[in-house]
Design a protein around this ligand. Structure first.
Ligand SMILES: N[C@@H](CCC[C@H](N)C(=O)O)C(=O)O
Length: 292
């Protein structure tokens, strides 16, 4: 059969194109990632998950990632290859089990941020051990004219989680996150994912996020863990389990002293093949204007 195989899936509406590449043979250029993620020109997604064996990949694979496990080569919609994607790992794990590449239950997925232990449950809910939410300091985000104080959290990828106080009322629903919030580039030289979170009741928060390399998304797994770590911290708690309402659905985050977990649903929507001509065209990088 001709054409590149794909599956489209999502975790709380953070959506991905999954590209199986057992032989590590796909030429996944930035241009192809951008075209795949384009919601008019391509399939439409927040990111791409290339499925490759750790031992076969030419990516930088951290030492704690077993040679034989499946590696999630994650790309943001803008084509950038970054460290980690929490919802992506959940969809990736679900894909592996559904397509018979991995028996159900517990196993490790390789990512650029290290190995992540996952459990795929019978109802396609997936729990990921996300590692420790490391608070590295404080900084601020700017939306329009407003400046918000935030907590810098390293989840393998960088986050700035701004906890809104109760007086902020419905502000969370009113933000325009169509434009990237401003941030301090000296604190985040490689860019940052910015979360806004509000506590609704003990053990329940609501979050919106602007993702680096994507824009506003309907959910972000690493972002929910960062947001919960920040929200717990504001009420002087170091650990706890919190339900996170995102525009795309509900996730459960548990923060422990040395690690954290993320649990939520995954959906595999469709599988198919990309037309060969589309893949060929999508591979062409746009011509760069030359100054003579
Ligand atoms: N949606 C993801 C995060 C994806 C990576 C992020 N945009 C970055 O650049 O760090 C998640 O579910 O964690």
């Amino acid at each position: 059969m001709s054409g590149v195989e794909f599956t489209k899936g999502h975790g709380t509406q953070n959506d991905f194109v999954v590209l199986p590449d057992r032989g590590d043979a796909l030429e996944l250029t930035s241009a192809r990632v951008r075209a795949l993620c384009d919601r008019r020109e391509g399939l439409g997604a927040d990111g791409v998950l290339r499925v490759v064996r750790s031992s076969r990949t030419d990516q930088l694979v951290p030492a704690d990632t077993a040679d034989s496990c499946w590696f999630m080569d994650y790309r943001n919609a803008d084509g950038s290859a970054v460290e980690m994607c929490g919802n992506g790992v959940r969809v990736f794990a679900s894909y592996l089990v559904h397509h018979g590449l991995q028996p159900p239950g517990e196993f490790v997925v390789g990512t650029r941020a290290g190995g992540r232990r996952v459990v795929v449950h019978d109802d396609a809910t997936v729990t990921v051990d996300m590692g420790r939410a490391v608070v590295t300091g404080r900084s601020s985000a700017v939306v329009g004219d407003a400046v918000f104080d935030g907590v810098c959290v390293d989840m393998g990828n960088p986050h700035l989680a701004c906890v809104l106080d109760a007086s902020a009322g419905d502000l969370l629903d009113e933000f325009d996150l169509g434009v990237a919030p401003g941030y301090d580039a000296q604190v985040f030289p490689n860019g940052v994912n910015v979360e806004f979170v509000r506590t609704l009741a003990p053990g329940r928060v609501r979050m919106r996020v602007h993702e680096r390399g994507v824009g506003e998304t309907r959910s972000c797994g690493t972002g929910t863990v960062a947001a919960v770590a920040a929200a717990l911290g504001e009420s002087h708690q170091r650990t706890g389990t919190v339900l996170v309402e995102t525009p795309g659905g509900l996730l459960t985050v548990t923060i422990e002293e040395m690690t954290s977990t993320l649990t939520g649903p995954t959906v595999l929507v469709a599988s198919g093949r990309l037309a060969e001509s589309w893949w060929r065209e999508a591979g062409r990088e746009p011509a760069v204007a030359r100054s003579s």
